[in-house]
Design a protein. Structure first.
Length: 705
């Protein structure tokens, strides 16, 4: 590997403009915590192209007494310490607390914790709960508290209180709905039977509150045996074993060994298929056999096909077709060469959207365009509206000679700012030019949005680093905003140094856009330094970071990945040793220069290992080994490789990173770059070389320099 010399962390000093930006960001955060609007002269100045922005995490503004009480109340709520929570709440009721944006949360947390600890509180303190709800209508906390209260009232069968409050609930909740059905069935309301049956047939996981409802449906024979087994089959194929077993227990005369047998199948489905005798007249035997086929196909579709061929011939025709469709589904995910043949054995069986999707992807990899077209046309109307399927249907239509259909689909897609929208525009010969001078909100429009209570609370939570609550309030606050309001809210988030909300909010606009807000370029000095040191294309690195962390320097995933480039602790430690970073510790991973240093080194390592930017992008998300295994035997178009990635998260990730890179390249003035050329051709597993991608050639050029 090419040896790179890295500057020590201590040598990466902040320039003067960056220090100014940090000061103003901290000032704004502090003012938001106090519930005030920053005066015009103290606004955060926009970062210039040559300036790095920083997070306020590096500065700890002085907290007010009310701020400390909010944090104390939140900590007490986590511990369910009612005494400490009440004390913090009472302190927030003084004169200072009355003006604090988050004072109502202390009361909400106290009521919520009290409900959780004692069901009797729901009845005995009904007036206090109602008073809080009346004082906070149309709010996150009001809706959340009402949901919690209704669940307890339903369990206690306090139907008078329950009925009065459920009419005011504006969101759906399965547990509350089940309690409502219990109440209505107790009053013999037959409409409740119809509604509950629809829920059963949807095969969704159900809360315990629905157990009694489902038992009544079976007792009254509202659900047929076939409908019961269809739910069980769907739950089993989705690995929702607890719900499947509960549903099966409601079927009269079902074997008491059903639960034990599903556990045995889960441990060794191949052995079950080989040793158990299939009884085609027994619905239980048939369904358990189908579950074993599905379970085995998930990890070894070829073995599942072999055992289905050997032991499944006695299955009823529809069930045999379903089994072959399941083998085809997982064969498609495993890129097995037999996938299309297995789907063929399903005959005229109506495939689910998921099965049809993987049939289409397998056909893409085989360049079987008539089958791609047929599979997409077999999907539900809703599924066919997805941008991916509209694009691949346009490609299949083009390949099968229906040029008018292909053009119509592409013209519609080309109006969308998405991966497939850009590809479609390129295929139509359009010169796409994103408007980087989009609509900008006025100061008055920003102030108006910032006066919304939910937005105020959201920004105050973010300033206190309570991101979960901040996100909930933000999403509630931007509901039903028009495009211009969304862009004003996005700018408010940018000013408060909450870049993920700025990007996500700006991305929601339908007709009025600000691509600068959608594709910001913070930390440019540090990013350019590290990208060039590693010979990486800057637009690609920006595109990857935008998808990884939305430029939140202190981002941390549930898996433990940290910082802008979302480095796992082991990866960061390994990279630090490789670049000879002295005195490294994991506490430094969120530091922007260090994170970019280590992340860029690792991305270069993955690119060198896999040899192609699309493979490297997939490998950065899912691991290099998986990205390598997902190749075809022969060279494959990059877009087909991306679409046929079996992990939904990684499939979406690769497409978004690459289209992000396209936008960033155009923002930097590289208007000749085409997304199709960036995706290039991924080399086959039986071939040498690195494949073809314009992005790879850019990276090699930088590395040579």
């Amino acid at each position: 590997m090419h040896k790179i010399s890295f500057p020590a962390a201590a040598d990466l000093q902040l320039d003067a403009p960056r220090r100014v930006h940090r000061f103003y960001a901290a000032l704004l955060a502090l003012s938001l915590m106090l519930g005030k609007i920053v005066p015009a002269q103290a606004q955060v100045p926009p970062a210039s192209p040559s300036t790095s922005s920083v997070t306020t995490a590096n500065i700890t503004p002085r907290l007010s007494a009310a701020d400390r009480d909010v944090l104390a109340a939140r900590a007490a709520f986590e511990r369910r310490d009612l005494k400490a929570l009440a004390a913090a709440r009472d302190r927030l009721r003084n004169a200072e607390g009355q003006t604090h944006q988050l004072s109502l949360y202390a009361q909400y947390w106290w009521l919520s914790a009290s409900l959780a600890q004692a069901g009797a509180f729901a009845v005995g303190n009904a007036n206090e709960i109602r008073a809080f709800l009346a004082a906070n209508p149309n709010s996150v906390v009001g809706e959340s508290l009402r949901r919690d209260w209704l669940k307890i009232l339903g369990k206690l069968e306090q139907w008078d209180l329950f009925s009065a409050e459920i009419a005011l609930l504006t969101s759906e909740d399965a547990e509350i709905t089940c309690h409502q059905w219990r109440h209505r069935l107790g009053r013999d309301e037959r409409d409740a039977l119809t509604e509950a049956k629809a829920f059963w047939n949807a095969a969704r996981t159900a809360p315990g509150a629905c157990d009694e409802v489902f038992a009544r449906l079976m007792t009254r024979k509202v659900i047929s045996i076939d409908e019961a087994w269809l739910r069980i089959r769907t739950l089993l194929e989705n690995n929702q074993l607890a719900d499947a077993r509960k549903s099966a227990a409601l079927i009269p005369g079902i074997s008491a060994n059903f639960e034990r047998t599903t556990a045995v199948i889960g441990q060794n489905p191949a052995q079950f298929l080989q040793s158990e005798k299939l009884l085609p007249a027994s619905r239980t035997s048939v369904e358990l056999f189908l579950y074993a086929v599905t379970r085995l196909a998930r990890t070894d579709s070829d073995r599942a096909a072999t055992l289905l061929e050997a032991h499944g011939k006695k299955l009823p025709a529809d069930e045999l077709a379903y089994a072959w469709a399941q083998v085809g589904l997982y064969g498609g995910m495993q890129h097995d060469i037999g996938t299309l043949a297995w789907f063929e054995r399903a005959g005229t069986f109506r495939l689910t959207d998921t099965q049809a999707g993987w049939k289409a992807r397998a056909a893409m990899r085989a360049h079987d365009w008539p089958t791609v077209r047929a599979a997409i046309n077999a999907m539900s109307e809703l599924e066919r509206r997805d941008a991916a399927w509209r694009y691949w249907l346009s490609r299949a239509s083009q390949q099968t000679g229906d040029l008018n259909a292909a053009r119509t689909l592409r013209e519609t897609l080309a109006k969308e700012n998405s991966f497939y929208g850009v590809l479609s525009a390129e295929e139509l010969g359009m010169q796409l030019t994103p408007n980087w001078l989009g609509w900008k909100p006025s100061r008055a429009e920003i102030d108006t949005v910032m006066q919304r209570p939910a937005i105020k609370r959201a920004l105050a939570f973010y300033a206190l680093e309570l991101k979960t609550e901040g996100l909930r309030e933000w999403l509630y606050g931007i509901r039903n905003m028009d495009d211009q309001e969304l862009l004003a809210a996005a700018e408010a988030a940018r000013m408060a140094n909450v870049p993920d909300r700025a990007i996500n909010t700006a991305e929601k606009t339908l007709a009025v856009h600000d691509f600068k807000q959608r594709f910001p370029t913070p930390h440019q000095t540090d990013l350019t330094l590290q990208a060039r040191a590693q010979g990486l294309d800057e637009a690609w690195v920006y595109g990857l970071i935008r998808q990884e962390s939305r430029f939140m320097a202190d981002a941390k995933s549930r898996a433990g990945a940290m910082g802008l480039m979302q480095l796992m602790p082991a990866t960061a430690t390994w990279a630090a040793k490789k670049v000879s970073m002295n005195h490294f510790s994991l506490t430094k991973v969120n530091d922007v220069p260090i994170n970019l240093n280590l992340g860029s080194f690792y991305l270069r390592h993955v690119l060198d290992d896999l040899g192609h930017p699309v493979l490297a992008t997939a490998g950065y998300n899912a691991g290099p080994g998986r990205a390598r295994r997902w190749r075809a035997t022969q060279a494959l178009e990059g877009a087909i490789y991306a679409e046929s990635i079996p992990f939904t998260e990684t499939r979406d990730y690769v497409k978004k990173v690459m289209v992000n890179a396209w936008f960033y390249a155009h923002q930097a003035g590289v208007t000749t770059r085409r997304l199709k050329e960036m995706m290039g051709t991924v080399p086959g597993s039986s071939e040498g070389g690195t494949g073809v991608s314009s992005l790879a050639s850019v990276a090699l050029k930088h590395k040579a320099q």
